[in-house]
Ligand binder design. Structure first.
Ligand SMILES: [Zn+2]
Length: 433
């Protein structure tokens, strides 16, 4: 199903015209109302009048997360506080969070792009949608909530955690759809198993809409198999709007970007050069309709690629490849780039282990070491030592062939790796201590 055919299936010509008009307006507003951005443009010797087409975008300076931090809390806003109706903030792991403000129109845009996202994920006005994203300063909960309500679904604002109650409501309320992080979906499946609940028989759950952390195709297969649902990947970040930037359709072959609101580019993260279609690089987004905190060429740090070919679903919106990881999450181990999601793609192929893992990186005698902790299944745990050794050796070989790195594989007892109610913690990097 498509929520808004007019916008999601527009011809490229129409879309380009719309984007150009919106971009010009955005650059003008940002220049006039946002101090740091005016200074950046002045320093680069570019004025709003220099922007007449989408090609002119490359003349504009990038916006970095640090720009938002430096302008904490409200100096990056383009709208006066009297027009702001909502404030959210990203979880700042170090120092101050980044704060985002929404005008009433921004909330409407957000609801619209989330309605598209959830519709593509299987939610309809007849659905009961259990929203297990966290509510609060984090954008996940309220973003999915407003999108679900716009569609006309019955939204359950249960928020994250409280797992046994989640499962009780899934059963008693007959929820058709659930929205949460993919790691929490796996945890739900595990607890259901312990409670003796068979999702295919005992629940009416058909669709899962999962985001807020990178996850692999292999992890999707596991979630779909364990919960008996279709699992849809969604993408967003609080600085841009929250969830709703991009979403998968039923073909699960890349995520459609809501391009009438978010203009994407792919750049070489080292040089800033714009890369051609199909190249892998850092995703940069310009929020062409945002009023509260417009962002021009915002560097997301997420690594992906774009493709403009037609999708079988009928949407013309460009597709981005599933995000493998944030360049901030990328580990450099002995000079090799490693994303936790790459390790995950190996681990989930082994039936003898559970999809719960932790990468422990250290530096011993000036040499980086990688230890991968992963949980054994109950079966393997009670199996003989030889079987455990064989699994350990095979995982080690596959990691080596994928990354070109020797990792120490540590198989731990079932249920010893901490479970997450939100974003999973996958890495402990002791080199930074
Ligand atoms: Zn599609």
């Amino acid at each position: 199903m498509i929520w808004n055919e007019k916008c999601e299936c527009m011809s490229r010509e129409e879309l380009t015209a719309l984007q150009t008009e919106r971009l010009k307006k955005l650059v003008k507003t940002s220049y006039e109302n946002v101090g740091y951005y005016r200074k950046k443009m002045d320093d680069a010797g570019v004025t709003p009048d220099d922007i007449q087409s989408l090609e002119d975008l490359t003349k504009l300076p990038f916006t970095l997360k640090d720009d938002l931090r430096d302008n904490y809390p409200f100096k990056a806003f383009a709208a006066p506080m009297t027009d702001i109706v909502r404030l959210h903030a990203s979880s700042g792991t170090t120092g101050k969070p980044t704060v985002v403000g929404y005008t009433r129109n921004d909330i409407e845009t957000w609801s619209e792009v989330m309605a598209r996202t959830l519709t593509a994920g299987g939610v309809t006005k007849d659905s009961v949608m259990q929203n297990a994203y966290g509510y609060g300063l984090f954008t996940g909960g309220l973003g999915a909530h407003y999108g679900g309500e716009k569609i006309g679904a019955a939204v359950i604002p249960i928020s994250g955690g409280n797992t046994e109650k989640q499962i009780m409501l899934l059963k008693d309320f007959g929820s058709h759809a659930i929205s949460c992080t993919p790691s929490y979906a796996l945890y739900l499946a595990e607890v259901m198993k312990e409670m003796g609940i068979d999702p295919r028989k005992d629940l009416q759950l058909k669709f899962g809409i999962f985001g807020a952390e990178p996850w692999t195709h292999e992890m999707r297969e596991q979630i779909e198999e364990k919960l008996g649902i279709r699992a849809t990947d969604i993408y967003g970040l609080s600085e841009i709007i929250g969830p709703g930037v991009a979403f998968e359709c039923e073909y699960q072959d890349g995520l459609h970007i809501n391009e009438d609101h978010f203009l994407p580019e792919i750049i070489n993260p080292d040089t800033g050069e714009v890369l051609p279609e199909g190249s892998k690089g850092e995703l940069v987004i310009t929020t062409i309709t945002k009023e509260g905190i417009p962002l021009v060429r915002y560097r997301t740090r997420d690594v992906t690629s774009l493709r403009y070919d037609a999708c079988q679903c009928g949407r013309t919106l460009v597709r981005m490849e599933k995000v493998m990881g944030r360049s901030d999450d990328m580990l450099i181990i002995r000079g090799v780039n490693v994303f936790p999601s790459q390790v995950e793609s190996v681990l989930v192929k082994f039936e003898e282990i559970e999809p719960h893992y932790l990468l422990v990186v250290d530096r011993i005698n000036n040499l980086d070491t990688l230890e991968i902790w992963v949980e054994m299944s109950d079966e393997l745990f009670s199996d003989e030592v030889k079987a455990v050794e064989s699994v350990r050796a095979r995982i080690g070989e596959q990691i080596h062939s994928l990354l070109g790195l020797h990792a120490k594989i540590k198989l731990v007892e079932p249920k010893t790796i901490e479970r997450s109610m939100g974003k999973a913690k996958r890495v402990v990097d002791n080199r930074k201590l």
